[in-house]
Design a protein around this ligand. Structure first.
Ligand code: RIB
Ligand code: CA
Length: 307
């Protein structure tokens, strides 16, 4: 079976590290590049972290390019209180070979990969959507070469960063709105999935002993402030890769989604019209629920491959 080509746009980030690892070791995926964005921590750190992860996994052949260092219009926000000041607190990674960082911006690299590809490519953004918006605005000719965008972002309810806004959309609401108005096939994994697809304390203990990747994850989890071993960990970005690799874990709905960009208190809110009140055609598939057991089995099976 041919491998599915995919580009990961990311702001590592502890949960990003999990999603990246699972993607790298999937026999079903051809990772074309990793594009970094300012998000959980600044661009210099997310880029450094992406390179450190590839070195840890022995996958330094995967191209890495840095994208936007700040949101389209808004001031920079970060989530260092959740992921630590380095963005991947808790594990002592070796320093990467910075010469491996591509000289061109990730928007240029993604454009070239898409135009050169002989089949449409899946984009998996798991950070703020600044790079994806810039790609679509700068090079609209790439749109026919994008199979779909499967993102982590948004919430059908309350936020985890703003009262009504999830971090990735809160950080760059204008970028998120551009993506949701693009007409491309979109799937979003919102915060809501996190309540169901938890990584239990038992699973964390099991992966700790499983292999070097599981041990590294455990050390990162111990510093993650987005949830805890006791409550069960919400590795939000892993839901995006889980949907790509094992969609049967999830219950989905097609809905009209737009992003609030003008609200004094609500900018970044993902307005997900589950009842059709706005009388708009649906423009996204929304992951609404997950089977906890299926997710746990998939997660354990996936981490076992990461070695
Ligand atoms: O709100 C969760 C999202 O924000 C995740 O992608 C996490 O890594 C942070 O970027
Ligand atoms: Ca992320």
């Amino acid at each position: 079976m041919t491998k599915r080509p995919i580009i990961i746009d990311t702001d590592p980030g502890i949960d990003d590290a999990v999603a990246i690892a699972i993607a790298l070791f999937s026999e079903d995926l051809d990772i074309k590049c990793i594009s970094t964005v300012s998000g959980n921590v600044g661009l210099d750190k997310t880029t450094f972290n992406a390179l450190r992860l590839l070195k840890f996994f022995g996958k330094e052949n995967i191209p890495v390019a840095a994208g936007a260092s700040q949101p389209l219009l808004r001031p920079i926000v970060d989530a260092s209180e959740i992921h630590g000041k380095t963005g991947m607190e808790g594990f002592d990674f070796e320093d990467p070979d910075m010469s491996l960082l591509r000289k061109e911006s990730s928007i240029e690299l993604m454009k070239q990969i898409l135009l050169d590809s002989n089949e449409p490519v899946t984009l998996m953004p798991i950070g703020p959507l600044t790079n994806i918006a810039l790609l679509l605005l700068t090079y609209p000719e790439v749109k026919p070469k994008i199979k779909e965008i499967v993102m982590m972002g948004g919430s059908t309810g309350r936020g985890n960063c703003g009262v009504m806004s999830e971090f990735n959309f809160h950080a760059d609401p204008e970028a998120a709105r551009i993506v949701f108005k693009s007409g491309l096939k979109l799937t979003m994994a919102p915060l809501d999935v996190g309540v169901r697809a938890l990584i239990s304390k038992e699973v964390s203990e099991e992966i700790r002993m499983m292999n070097k990747t599981g041990n590294m994850f455990y050390e990162l989890f111990s510093r993650y402030r987005g949830s805890s071993f006791e409550t069960g960990l919400r590795m939000y970005d892993s839901y995006a890769i889980a949907y790509i690799l094992e969609p049967s874990i999830f219950e989905t709905v097609n809905a009209f989604v737009d992003i609030e960009t003008k609200g004094e208190y609500t900018s970044g809110c993902s307005v997900i019209d589950l009842k059709g009140y706005l009388k708009q055609e649906s423009n996204a598939t929304v992951l609404l629920d997950a089977d906890p057991e299926k997710f746990e089995q998939w997660f354990l099976k996936s981490v076992k491959k990461c070695c």
